[in-house]
Each structure stands twice: as C-alpha cells, then as structure tokens.
Design a protein around this ligand. Structure first.
Ligand SMILES: N[C@@H](CCC(=O)N[C@@H](CS)C(=O)NCC(=O)O)C(=O)O
Length: 301
C-alpha cells in the first residue's frame, strides 16, 4: 500500500523538525510566556500580619480563593484573616524567586499558611480550596458523609480538568489570539457549549452544584462559568448563547448576589471600574476605604 507523507492542512505553517522559541510571536502573552520553568529574578514576597498570606490576581483562578476566604470570614472564622498581595502576571512577577519558592509552577494563586509550626505553602486553586475547607471544616462535607464528600470533590476536579478548555482553549483563540482561526474557535466553542450543558443539567436538579449545600465546588466553578454567563470574560455571552442555559443562569445570579462573593471578586483586581478594584487587601476595612475610586479621590483632595 502506498503511504502518503503527512501534509500540513494549511499552507501557512509547516512545523519544523524541532520547535524553537521565537520570543515574540505577537500574542497577548508573548512578552511573559517562555518554555522553561524557574525564577528569572530575585524578588522576595511581602509578609503581612494575618495567618494567611495570599499572592494572587483577580483572574477567575484567583477569585476562587478570595471568594472562599471572604465566605469563611462571613461565617466568623477568625483564622481565615488574610493579606492579599498583588502578583502582576503581565509584568512577570510570577517568575520572582519568592513566588517560585511557593509555587514552582509560576501561576497565581499561591497561599502560605503562616499559622502552622513552619509556613505551609500551597499552590493550585483546587488544592488551596480543599486545604482551607479541611482546615476550617466548612464548605466541604466531612469524612462522616463520604458520598456527599466525594460528590463535591468530583465536581471540584471536574472544574480543574474542564476550565482549561474554556480559558486556554476557547478564551485564548476567541479573545486573545492575534488571528481568528475558525478551526480552533469551532473546536473549543463546541467543547465549552457541551460543558455549559453539563452544568445546566446538573443545576436543573440541584440548587447548587453538589446538591442543596453551597460548597467549594461552586466556588471553583463559578468564577469561570458564572463570569462567562454574566459576560465578564471574553465578551462571548451572545456568541455562545449563554442565556439559553436557564438553570446555569439562575445559579450564576444567586451566587453573584452573595456579599462575600462581591467582596472576593474585587480583591487583587487592577482593571475595570475603579470602585471594583482593591489592589491589595490587608484588612476587612479596605473594602470601604482602599478601593481605587477612594484612593484616587483622596489623592485629588
Ligand atoms: N491550575 C492552576 C491554574 C492557574 C493559572 O493558570 N493561573 C494563571 C492566571 S489565571 C497565571 O498565573 N498565569 C501566568 C502565566 O501563565 O505565566 C490553578 O487552578 O491554580
């Protein structure tokens, strides 16, 4: 049988034998992306006065953790007091030596628990949510209810595996890539719409993702899929016809109205409406006194 050599389906790009790094490929993140790990410069991390030190930015992955911390504080859990330090990933601060020491994967969010015998560093938003849930015994069913617990963990891990298709796949090619490539946008729109349908069906029978209780699974899933439904990421709500997912929309709005969620969403935020930007959070009162609109009006006085 005659075997034809594999041909590239486009005439524009034929991959070379060995891929080489072109440091600027024109993409939004080309200035900071690189194919190696490790730190690029010395930069110590600041340590504030509270037991928990968060190093983050208000992307959906960062918002998961600030929502959880604000929910814990709303329940009166004093040990959940935290300092939220800004890590500006567009300026490469995730490659500073201090940050890499906490998270060798150089991605926000990263947390250090300073209340343990020696500091406990944690990275990966799912691991952080689980750590906090177990530390304080909130928002994750305990080992005395193994079925409820595994249901919650299953949906937590569903988010970890699914959201990269939404962010790294759909969002990247729909909103950020320097050229619109129909193949990529089609492929990831299909997958994201399938995921929206998965969530919609789950929420048709359940008030929250895992049942009648609000858990860390909701806190992990909402910042990605809730923000998408509310058209706060990628400007793709119409394109993906998100309004057609009725149960998902109901859940999205219910969680968006929680006061702790409203606070969590603005911590470490450096873009958008100045009233909704709290660059760093070191005290509960910062929400009233240190949002960008307040700081700007203080400067003008
Ligand atoms: N699986 C990780 C993903 C974290 C992640 O991708 N963080 C992004 C911001 S949303 C980041 O820090 N990117 C910086 C970079 O890639 O250099 C988690 O859930 O914590």
């Amino acid at each position: 049988m005659l075997t034809l050599p594999r041909m590239a389906s486009t005439t524009e790009y034929l991959p070379p034998k060995v891929w080489k790094w072109e440091s600027d490929n024109g993409g939004n993140f080309s200035k900071i992306n690189r194919p190696t790990a490790g730190s690029t410069h010395e930069q110590e991390l600041a340590i504030g006065k509270h037991p928990l030190q968060l190093y983050s930015l208000a992307t959906p992955n960062g918002q998961k953790v600030t929502i959880m911390l604000e929910e814990l504080l709303a329940l009166g859990v004093k040990g959940a007091e935290y300092d939220a330090h800004l890590i500006n990933i567009m300026e490469g601060q995730q490659f500073g030596s201090g940050f890499v020491g906490v998270n060798p994967n150089s991605k926000i969010p990263a947390l250090v628990d300073q209340s343990t015998d020696s500091p406990t560093p944690i990275f990966e938003s799912g691991a952080i949510l689980m750590y906090l849930a177990e530390k304080f015994g909130k928002f994750l069913p305990g080992l005395d209810d193994p079925q409820a617990r595994v249901r919650c963990l299953t949906w937590l891990f569903w988010q970890m595996g699914s959201a990269p298709y939404l962010g790294g796949g759909f969002g990247h090619f729909y909103a950020y890539a320097p050229t619109k490539i129909e193949y990529c946008i089609d492929r990831f729109s299909m997958e994201v719409k399938r995921q929206l349908d998965v969530l919609d069906r789950q929420l048709a029978d359940n008030e929250y993702i895992c049942g009648s209780e609000y858990t860390i699974a909701d806190m992990a899933i909402w910042p990605w899929y809730g923000n998408l439904v509310l058209d706060r990421v990628y400007s793709a709500a119409e394109f993906l016809d998100v309004a057609s997912y009725k149960h998902l929309s109901r859940w999205t709005k219910a969680i968006d109205s929680r006061p702790a969620v409203k606070r969590g969403l603005i911590v470490n935020k450096t873009w958008g409406d100045p009233e909704k930007q709290l660059h760093e959070r070191h005290d509960a009162s910062d929400f009233d006194t240190r949002t960008q609109d307040k700081l700007q009006s203080d400067n003008n006085e």
